[in-house]
Design a protein around this ligand. Structure first.
Ligand code: 3H9
Length: 691
């Protein structure tokens, strides 16, 4: 029987089976909640029914509340009211889980009286990733079923656990056979009936809470251990407070407390920012201009040219995904060094328990070293990661053109160079694309896929798909200096370099950025990367502070001195030597140093970045404002809870941004001349989100 468009009701023997089918992920939308509540009530009123099974069709059990309904007026039954219907049902309800039971989905399963899952299923409360807490009783029920410590871990990490782990911790009562969930859930329901098992309610359980009573240090230790990870985010602390409440308050009062904190988080800009990031990541994967049926080219074998830090990291991505790689260097020493470093990286990962020790050899087995580019002849994709100089790259591509098989994708990992220029060295520029990885390439999530004026659409589609295969977030960008990420970085560099000449200290600039939420300040980052990256000792001319520091042998952390001084443990202190260099250079330039406030530092750096982002958007180098946000969040450490530079600008209000830019232009010159896009959007009363 159809209950509504998304819920069906069937009775088998004495078991009612309530089936939900609301693609893509069975989110608990208005229609789903209404359908399930009405089906449960039907089952309660049906004398032929003794117990019921709640199950989903499609790829997953409920993936949570419907995020698209956030901020809209609530429609009955709310999730919490639906939960009351299920929890207080006079007949046992069995939740049957496959795919991912997430957020409100798991919270709904937690009001069922029994839970069964297939081994491949996963359970989690990922609300923290959306700047929220589990707001349908998750914070009150999870500690009652898995204990306080595990609940804190699960809810603040937000990552799901396997059904097996869930069973071990008591979250799941039984494992079903894979592919047999429906039958096994009905059988469990029948057993519950036959054995006259009680209607178990998680809310009534106290044994796990009792074990944590009188140990307030659990919470303080947890806060301390995670202080760095949680810095700046509001949701983790709210979750901890709710879990504390499970020990201090009766269940219903705990629920009220959870609701209050949930509402506060939901109304906060952090959650809006994190929801924006969730949808923007998914949006970035879509290329509007490509037909839906575009062919995806098979990538069975990959070649990487250059076994340095970048090339090695790139190769690891493919080996991790089970794709064989031929890694080419110019000589055996460099090749062996590269392969040794890769093995070392895998061994470290295995030692940390993040990889099975036997997988080290499996992955290394997928990597073949060579010093002959000819060995790349059978590769479907070849990525070049050699020295960042146009002549070197053009030479490599001319040679590749002679070696690569017809139809192979030829990719460059350049960060700044003109890829049309590189492609012109081949007879097949339409096969050339940019794949801009971020260092360390086996870790960083971002992949800028750079389309040239000639890149074939199927290559773009294949590259975007490949990004997902290797666990990256691919963002399609246009071919312009620095693409999206590094061009905005250049705008930030420009201001930071100028600010320290005008009177700010590098540590003051760094503190402003750190306090804004970046993991690291600008100059700390430069010291870490190495001041000598891209610096040429042969042509150096003391033209700026960085060159002078390099000329003094101060290349950053690796030489124990850059903008900061470093001790043996890499602990940093502001360097008086660097400060003297800055002051002397400013004097030479005729700059009279003055007090620069933190507010000025923040304004100049952030508004310069936003303005550059707008120009990039206007020029079509990025196709969506949200793509710019994703680049800076996944590649450059922009704090996730601030949603990216364009989201942040929208939050300030574009009229305010325009006013600030005009004021900054008057005070500091043309770098701040507002992008025409900002002027247009303000005139139309729009924000970047509408661009
Ligand atoms: C919550 O539950 C709050 C409660 O505690 C309290 C309430 C009072 N809603 O990721 P995919 C869309 S908060 C609406 O590409 P996959 C997604 O946008 C929620 N839409 O698939 C995409 O749309 P499109 C807690 C959603 O297989 C499509 O589904 N739950 C939702 O790689 C496919 O998604 C979460 O945070 C949603 N909840 O991964 C779970 N979820 O096709 C969030 C997805 O138009 N979801 N969509 O681009 C996920 O983690 C993944 O989507 C999932 C599937 C693992 C389920």
């Amino acid at each position: 029987m159809k209950v509504n468009d998304v819920v069906t009701y069937a009775v088998e023997g004495s078991i009612a089976v309530i089936t939900v089918n609301s693609p893509p992920v069975n989110a608990l939308s208005n229609a789903v909640r209404q359908g399930v509540a009405s089906a449960v009530e039907t089952a309660i009123g049906d004398p032929a029914v003794g117990a019921m099974v709640l199950i989903c069709e499609g790829r997953t059990f409920f993936a949570g509340a419907d995020i698209t309904e956030f901020g809209k007026p609530p429609v009955e039954p709310t999730l919490r009211n639906l939960q009351l219907v299920v929890e207080n049902a006079t007949k046992p309800v069995i939740a049957a889980i496959h795919g991912t039971a997430l957020g409100g989905g798991l919270e709904l399963a937690l009001v069922a009286h029994y839970r069964i899952a297939v081994p491949s299923a996963k359970c989690g409360l990922p609300e923290v990733n959306l700047g929220l807490l589990p707001g349908a009783g998750g914070t009150q029920r999870l500690p009652r079923i898995v204990g306080v410590a595990k609940a804190l871990d699960l809810m603040t990490a937000g990552s799901p656990v396997s059904a097996k782990a869930a069973k071990e911790m008591g979250l799941i009562d039984e494992l079903a056979a894979e592919g047999q969930l429906r039958a096994d859930a009905i059988a469990l329901a029948q057993r519950v009936l036959d054995e006259d098992r009680p209607l178990l309610k998680v809310r009534d359980r106290t044994e796990k809470l009792d074990a944590a009573r009188g140990k307030p240090e659990i919470f303080d230790d947890f806060r301390k251990a995670n202080a760095r990870k949680f810095r700046g985010f509001n949701a983790p602390e709210a979750i901890i407070r709710c879990v504390e409440a499970t020990l201090d308050l009766p269940f219903d009062e705990g629920m009220t407390f959870e609701r209050q904190l949930f509402n506060e988080l939901q109304a906060d800009s952090q959650s809006a920012a994190q929801r924006h990031v969730f949808f923007s990541e998914r949006q970035a994967a879509k290329v509007d201009s490509l037909p839906a049926d575009i062919p995806i080219l098979p990538i069975a074998k990959v070649g990487v040219i250059g076994a340095g830090t970048m090339g090695g990291g790139i190769a690891m991505n493919f080996a991790n995904a089970g794709i064989p790689v031929t890694l080419v260097e110019t000589n055996e020493d460099a090749l062996f060094r590269g392969l040794r470093i890769i093995r070392g990286n895998y061994e470290t990962t295995a030692r940390k328990g993040k990889m099975k020790p036997e997988d080290v050899d499996t992955r290394m087995g997928l990597l073949t070293g060579s010093i002959a580019m000819e060995d790349l002849a059978d590769c479907d994709l070849i990525i070049e990661a050699v020295f960042e100089q146009i002549d070197v790259k053009r030479e490599v591509f001319a040679k590749l053109d002679r070696i690569a098989k017809p139809g192979a994708i030829l990719a460059t990992n350049t960060s700044y160079l003109d890829i049309d220029d590189i492609a012109a060295a081949t007879s097949r520029p339409d096969s050339v694309v940019g794949l801009h990885f971020f260092s360390p390439a086996n870790v960083m999530k971002l992949l800028e896929v750079v389309r040239t004026k000639d890149t074939k659409p199927e290559i773009i589609a294949t590259a975007m798909k490949l990004a997902k295969t290797i666990g990256k977030i691919g963002v399609l960008v246009g071919n312009g200096y620095g693409f999206v990420g590094n061009r905005i970085l250049a705008a930030r560099n420009g201001q930071a370099d100028q600010l320290i000449l005008e009177g700010a200290t590098p540590w003051a600039v760094d503190k402003v950025l750190y306090d804004f939420g970046f993991a690291m300040g600008h100059f700390q980052m430069r010291d870490l990367v190495g001041l000598d990256v891209g610096w040429n000792p042969k042509t150096t001319s003391s033209a700026n502070v960085r060159e002078i520091l390099n000329e003094m042998g101060r290349h950053g952390q690796k030489t124990k001195g850059g903008f900061y001084d470093y001790d043996e443990n890499r602990k940093q202190t502001p360097s008086p030597v660097a400060m003297q260099v800055i002051e002397d250079f400013a004097a030479k330039q005729g700059i009279v140093r003055r007090d620069v406030s933190d507010a000025e530092i923040q304004d100049r750096i952030l508004f310069a970045m936003v303005n550059e982002g707008a120009r990039i958007l206007d020029e079509g180098i990025a196709s969506r404002a949200s793509d710019v946000d994703i680049v800076w969040i996944t590649g450059y450490g922009w704090p996730k809870y601030r949603g990216g530079p364009m989201f942040w600008a929208d939050l300030q209000g574009l009229p305010t941004v325009l006013d600030r830019l005009k004021a900054l232009e008057a005070a500091h010159g043309a770098a701040f001349a507002p992008s025409p896009l900002i002027e247009r959007l303000v005139a139309q009363g729009k924000g970047f989100k509408d661009a």
